[in-house]
Design a protein around this ligand. Structure first.
Ligand code: FAD
Length: 406
């Protein structure tokens, strides 16, 4: 037996579940498939190792979908300030929410919080079907749309299949779409840390020899760190005992938050620059990390994926309202044109910043510090940078402007 839907999304992470939530509220008969069952409950004292700094644009999307409230009830942490400085020279950037119309620059949110609130919301939407423990193993062309075959041989057909199944997307391979990219030879080491001094609701980022070290403020007073290191160093640091690891971290922090007092288990994620050569094919679209993976130094991967989600949902809903088929290539090409350029620009900017800060030649180090200080002292340029970091740029999908797309 085959179950039929208008749209099937494979991957119930932040990006896929957001798309499902938007489509279901737009009256689309949508199924969300994931090979796991997302975690919905945990003890108050545990913190997810995976957190994301979510922009204002992302907040707008999740608020408009009625999901933000469920996230806030669990735990979100506003950050009001951002300080970025060069560990090898005197370059510094400071962004303060007092210079904006908002009470904060963004929020640090555990990934499991966002996913749990999205799945909770989906369960209240009549035109959404969530199917967990569902690993897709094959994708075939169907008379109308495509058919997915699961590992346990269940079959599902839809006019449009959306792959939000992460950086190593198997759906992308099944569709025969190639990627362009390279490994950074760097890992993002993540951990939760208690520090002697208060984080002051500030996101701190210090650029060091092997990459940036970020301290992201959590609502319980701890910090979630993302420490970019050479892969070999990250592997070695994972093996250190807590005391030795905290000592290395304290040295790297330049003492900005005082003594590093306590740490939880750590993990490291290999970093890649990677984009899908095409975002779409017949009755098929890629989004989120399956379409683009970027360096986490400015915390933009999930935010870019949420803009993909808002853009594609807007176009799918409009296409249905106009009575056109969801397998139509025309609106899929429109989605690709809308999102690919923006994502490539963001990824390339992260790539250039990473390379600039890895440079060891003295003239370059001086130049980048001069550049940082010029930006810091020029309100107009600083505002441009800040608006971009907060996701407040041109050509946003309507959900990101806090308007419904249905
Ligand atoms: C160290 C680090 C720090 C980061 N910090 C930030 C940050 O501060 N801000 C930010 O915006 N971004 C950040 N990112 C990026 C962000 O984490 C990702 O961009 C985001 O999580 C991608 O979400 P996604 O939904 O596209 O994919 P994923 O989260 O990878 O979800 C994919 C889903 O697909 C499912 N799946 C996979 N294959 C199948 C299959 N065959 N069948 C069924 N289901 C399948 C998986 O179970 C999973 O649930 C960071 C990344 C790293 C590595």
């Amino acid at each position: 037996m085959t179950d039929n839907f208008e749209v099937i999304i494979v991957g119930g992470g932040i990006v896929g579940a957001t798309t499902a939530c938007a489509l279901a509220q737009g009256g689309i008969n949508v199924a969300l498939l994931d090979m796991f069952n997302p975690q919905r409950q945990w003890t108050d004292d545990s913190v997810d190792l995976r957190v994301s700094a979510l922009t204002k644009a992302s907040q707008n999307i999740l608020e408009t979908l009625g999901v933000w409230e469920g996230m806030a009830q669990r735990r979100i942490s506003p950050y009001k300030d951002m300080r970025v400085w060069d560990g090898k020279a005197d370059g510094e950037l400071h962004f303060d929410c007092a210079d904006t119309e908002f009470n904060e620059l963004g929020h640090i949110v555990e990934n499991r919080v966002t996913v749990a609130a999205l799945w909770d919301k989906l369960e209240t939407l009549p035109s959404a079907t969530c199917i967990s423990d569902a690993k897709v193993s094959q994708m075939q062309m169907a008379e109308k749309g495509r058919t997915l075959v699961l590992e346990d041989n269940r079959k599902f057909t839809a006019d449009l299949i959306i792959a939000a199944d992460g950086r190593d997307s198997s759906l992308r391979n099944m569709a025969g779409i190639d990627v362009t990219g390279w490994p950074y030879q760097q890992d993002g080491l993540v951990a939760t840390i208690s520090t002697e001094k208060s984080h002051q609701l500030t996101a701190w980022q210090r650029f060091l020899d092997e990459g940036p070290l970020a301290f992201l403020p959590l609502s319980d007073g701890q910090c979630s760190i993302v420490w970019t290191l050479k892969t070999t160093t990250a592997k070695a640091y994972l093996k250190l005992n807590d005391v030795d690891f905290l000592e290395k971290l304290e040295q790297a922090s330049g003492g900005i938050l005082g003594k590093m007092q306590k740490t939880e288990p750590r993990a490291a994620f290999p970093l890649r620059f990677q984009y899908a050569n095409s975002y779409t094919d017949e009755s098929f679209a890629l989004m989120g990390d399956s379409a683009h993976a970027m360096h986490p130094l400015a915390g933009q991967g999930a935010n870019a994926g949420l803009l993909d989600a808002a853009a594609l949902a807007e176009l799918v809903i409009k296409t249905k309202q106009q009575g056109r088929p969801l397998s139509s290539k025309k609106f899929l090409r429109q989605y690709e044109r809308w999102r690919k350029g923006d994502n490539l620009l963001m990824m390339s900017s992260m790539d250039v910043i990473n390379k600039t800060f890895l440079a060891t030649a003295l003239p370059l180090i001086s130049l980048r510090s001069i550049g940082m200080n010029i930006i810091n002292q020029t309100p107009l340029i600083k505002k441009l940078f800040n608006d971009h970091a907060m996701g407040l740029r041109m050509d946003l999908p309507v959900l990101a402007k806090k308007q419904k797309c249905w």
